[in-house]
Design a protein around this ligand. Sequence first.
Ligand SMILES: *Cc1c(COP(=O)(O)O)cnc(C)c1O
Length: 423
Amino acid sequence: MKFVSTTSTGSHRSFREAVLGNLPDDGGLYYPTEIPQLDQGLLKQIPQLRLPEIALEVLAKFCSDDINPNKLEQITERVFDFPLPLKEVSDNIHCLELFHGPTFAFKDIGAKFLAACLAHFNQSENKETTVLVATSGDTGGAVANGFLGVEGVRVIILYPKGKVSNLQEKQLTTLGQNITALEIEGTFDDCQNLVKRAFADKQLNKDIHLSSANSINIARWLPQSLFYYVPLQQGYEDVTVSVPSGNYGNLTSGVLAMKMGVPISKFIAASNANDVVPRYLNSGKYEPKSTIPTLANAMDVSDPSNYKRLLKLFDGKYEGIISKLLPFSLGDIEIKETIRDCYEANRYWLDPHSAIAYKALHEMKKGGIFLGTAHYCKFLPTINEALGREVAIPDFAKGLMHMEKRSIELNADFAQFKEFLIG
Ligand SMILES: *Cc1c(COP(=O)(O)O)cnc(C)c1O
């Protein structure tokens, strides 16, 4: 399988080249030259297979030129090593819980697969690689965790001091080994700017080998499509899947699964106040506005990169897109109401992101499956506010709260950051 930019210009790349290259230089995103089809035999077998086995079959179609079957099997067993349970929340509404991985968020799967691919492709090079990750709290940890203990890679996480929840901070600062957390005196934008400047700094890039673990890397996108095999594996066909969406990596990887042959009836594009895609579905016009900060902050994206992959998946046809995607968006006040109402009615905790996707099914009176993209305990301040009382940290996360935080404090100053990197 080869990969090409979504703009369809430029030359074909191997899986290895697309992963190491991150992004084509024409402003597009890597995309497979064809959508491979699952054969009927495999589809029938899915209820009998474990998820890592399904992942091996599916991902081999994309990367078998560069990763041999034994190695890929090792990788898929290691990546899909935590459960993705389907839980009934209320009548006919189920949550596919994607948050039982190391950082309690669905990005663990994509991040682990990307890290495994980079580690595999880096084996031949003996220069240490430095991976830089800026995070607003929820997502950076997944990348860092994917690289935990990987030889020849050091990971530097930058997070804004005092602006992440206690549990998120523990997750970022207690990893140890090859992971270092920098606590930046500033905002998330300051963190992101430091990282951007580092990549743009010629001298720095001569001195050290910098790499990004970009969320739109093809190796983070492809394995997420496996989420959408779980309903089929558990005997649910043609369901509606409601997806909390920001950059639309998750939802578009679901469309990929459908295009490969997985029977899915509809997708709900469940967004927060940053509703460019729902508005596009309603009007046919794609009109990004500026980003609005919300309680579901991992979805605060005003111009999602994966819109390009969405168009590709439907050959650019709006009619095709609206025949499969339903629009939904929810504001902060309603997010909190949903968290409270769902807890009171079903004794089920929703995090602010998953709450939007749950509410979509509930309001449309559709049975279906929504994706639980993060564990609620990462967002306790919001949960407490929604309920109007202190909600206890669940037992499994308590151990983390007792671990000692290790971070290095830095000002949002590029010269200082650079000095730190060169060491
Ligand atoms: C990243 C993230 C999302 C949005 O996923 P996209 O692939 O960017 O659409 C939703 N929920 C949580 C908890 C996330 O971390």
